[in-house]
Design a protein around this ligand. Structure first.
Ligand code: IPE
Ligand code: IPE
Ligand code: MG
Length: 247
């Protein structure tokens, strides 16, 4: 059996792509250069994920709190998303990649909204890797929107408040038809979730790597997958080893 066959491959990997600014500063460059180089790391990561047999790859591209940054940087990040979709959509489509967007779209400009919709519509029927782009995404905002939608159903008499359960909340999140992440990787050495997939991360394995996002590549990714395969996931139960020992 080859190493690839033995390894437990996560179905869903989510990545907090952090450290673009620091990568640029370390070279005496403006932050925007880090974001540009970060897009190249995105391309390499998407290819590597498909190669590894991962089914879902979620990438945190812009958080609902990133509006706190200077306007020029925000414009830059929006510009890069637009260029990425315009330049890479055709190739991703050819490679049978499906694109999904999560986050609040209502406050986005119309040109961005239609581009995001186009990416989703074009690739809707694709069946290899699903790339989920978290854009203007914040977990608390997502959960609040799900709660508001349930409350509206209760108010309209379609739902009883006492019938609300975890599954119903799950079904109203942006990630409704996407499995929970098995592995969440954050680059740049920061060890926090920064409002990313808080609900969905309930049993995710967390991995913090020191590499800044522009330096992230196939090798770092595969090393993280290797470490993941050695993790003992118990979901509140007992490990297979403990069961075998009868302890
Ligand atoms: C990640 O890099 C990209 C986004 C958050 C959009 P940062 O821009 O946060 O880079 P650092 O953390 O300042 O180095
Ligand atoms: C998280 O990174 C958001 C994205 C990667 C898009 P931040 O750089 O915004 O997070 P904090 O502010 O350091 O927690
Ligand atoms: Mg950061």
């Amino acid at each position: 059996m080859s190493t690839a066959e033995k390894r437990a491959v996560p179905e869903h990997v989510a990545i907090i792509m952090d450290g673009n600014g620091r990568w640029a500063s370390a070279r005496g460059l403006p932050r925007t250069f880090g974001h540009r180089k970060g897009v190249e790391a995105v391309r390499e990561t998407v290819r590597a994920a498909a190669e590894a047999g991962i089914r879902y790859l979620t990438l945190f591209a812009f958080s609902s709190e990133n509006w706190r940054r200077p306007e020029a940087e925000i414009n830059d990040l929006f510009g890069l998303l637009k260029t990425f979709i315009r330049r890479d959509l055709a190739e991703l489509h050819r490679e049978n990649v499906r694109i999904r967007i999560i986050g609040d779209r209502t406050s986005l400009r119309e040109d961005i909204r239609s581009l995001l919709l186009e990416a989703e519509e074009t690739t809707r029927g694709n069946s290899s890797l699903t790339v989920v782009i978290a854009f203007n995404y914040g977990s608390r905002d997502e959960i609040a929107r799900a709660a508001a939608s349930l409350a509206a159903d209760v108010a309209a008499g379609r739902l009883k408040a006492s019938d609300i359960n975890a599954q119903m909340i799950d079904e109203r999140l942006d990630t409704a038809d996407i499995p929970d992440p098995d592995l969440i990787i954050r680059t740049s050495g920061e060890e926090r979730l920064s409002n990313f997939l808080l609900w969905q991360a309930a049993y995710a394995e967390l991995m913090f790597v020191p590499d800044l996002w522009p330096d992230f590549n196939r090798e770092v990714f595969f090393a993280a997958l290797e470490r993941f395969s050695a993790r003992d996931r118990r979901f509140g139960g007992l490990s297979a080893k403990a069961v075998a020992l009868g302890s």
